[in-house]
Write a protein that binds this ligand. Structure first.
Ligand code: NAD
Length: 297
């Protein structure tokens, strides 16, 4: 069993750290917010006074933070790379921009550490159920060492390539999701205008060439998929604010790489409007209200 430092015990980090404890690992956690640290301690995480203290003596250090600037601040300013022994594996599971992810790898390598970018999909439910998917970038040696730790928090772990490849996979996947959800919403709203029932469109499209996850698992109208957030007043699920964050990261990456992503750009704009309408905290499938031209409330 490993000794693990866990930095960032928010909505995702607390259940992820709790699952590491459940699997028998010794987890030393840290968060800026005392209430979050207390919630993690209730799941058996040992409270560390600082990020550096959490990293001291660790075999693996996991960060689960809001944005690229936070990961860089922890790697560069919090003393974690000085506190850990050389060869420690640093895993950043936050969703961040590709450039910051590559910078984090450089900082870790400069300090003699192994490192991975390993963002997740599956949300808070997946974090609780230890069923997350990890998309991992970094050297094979780091991946092989980290894999058992990632498997304690998820059910699928994919090595996507070198430094930054995990973040690249995450934003490409979520750009598909944002675009496909808007397309599915447009189809259901058109069906309403044409007098076609939601169930009839679902029965056809879920088994035809329009089939996609946004229809079959996350249908944006109540009824056809009982577990979709549409049946629960669009309670997130995957919040629109997080979808907008990921679409913006995809647009930043596209601009930096010279890629043309007009549908991704349109999706980012539409989610920007949806969030400005006050829907940042509700599920991203609720964008169907914006497509209908009516508010959710
Ligand atoms: P969150 O805001 O709930 O948690 C982040 C935590 O990091 C907070 O508790 C904050 O206090 C802590 N923190 C910030 N700076 C710190 C520092 N310097 N030292 C110690 N702690 C610090 O966010 P979350 O929902 O847990 O998401 C975390 C990451 O996972 C984000 O990058 C997000 O985009 C990604 N993600 C979230 C979801 C989701 O459904 N919530 C799904 C997939 C990916």
């Amino acid at each position: 069993m490993a000794r693990i430092g866990f930095i960032g015990l928010g909505n995702m980090g607390t259940p992820m750290a709790g699952n590491l404890v459940k699997k028998g690992h010794e987890v030393h956690g840290c968060d800026l917010v005392k209430a979050n640290l207390d919630a993690a301690a209730a799941r058996g995480v040992k409270a560390a006074a600082s990020a550096a203290e959490a990293a001291k003596g660790a075999d693996v250090v996991v960060t689960m933070l809001p944005a690229g600037k936070d990961t860089i601040a922890v790697y560069d300013k919090a003393g974690v790379l000085q506190a850990a022994a050389k060869g420690t594996v640093f895993i950043d599971s936050s969703t961040i921009d590709v450039a910051s992810a590559r910078r984090a790898h450089e900082l870790a390598k400069g300090a003699g550490m192994l490192s991975l970018d390993a963002p997740v999909s599956g949300g808070v439910g997946g974090a609780e159920a230890a069923s997350l998917t990890f998309m991992v970038g970094g050297a094979k040696e780091a991946f092989d060492k980290a894999k058992p730790v990632l498997e304690a928090m998820g059910k699928k772990v994919v090595h996507c390539g070198d430094a930054g490849a995990g973040q690249a996979a995450k934003i490409c996947n979520n750009m598909i999701l944002g675009i496909s959800m808007i397309g599915v919403c447009e189809a259901f709203v058109l069906a309403e205008k044409l007098g076609l029932s939601h169930q009839a469109l679902f029965d056809v499209a879920s088994t035809s060439s329009g089939q996609c996850w946004s229809i079959t698992s996350y249908c944006p109208v109540p009824g056809p998929v009982p577990t979709s957030p549409a049946n629960n007043s669009y309670k997130a699920g995957f919040a629109s604010a997080l979808m907008l964050k990921d679409l913006k990261l995809a647009q930043e990456a596209a601009a930096a790489a010279g890629a043309t992503t007009p549908m991704g750009a349109a999706a980012a704009q539409l989610y920007g409007l949806h969030n400005a309408w006050g829907e940042g905290g509700t599920d991203f499938s609720g964008i169907i209200h914006l497509i209908r031209g009516k508010g959710a409330k």
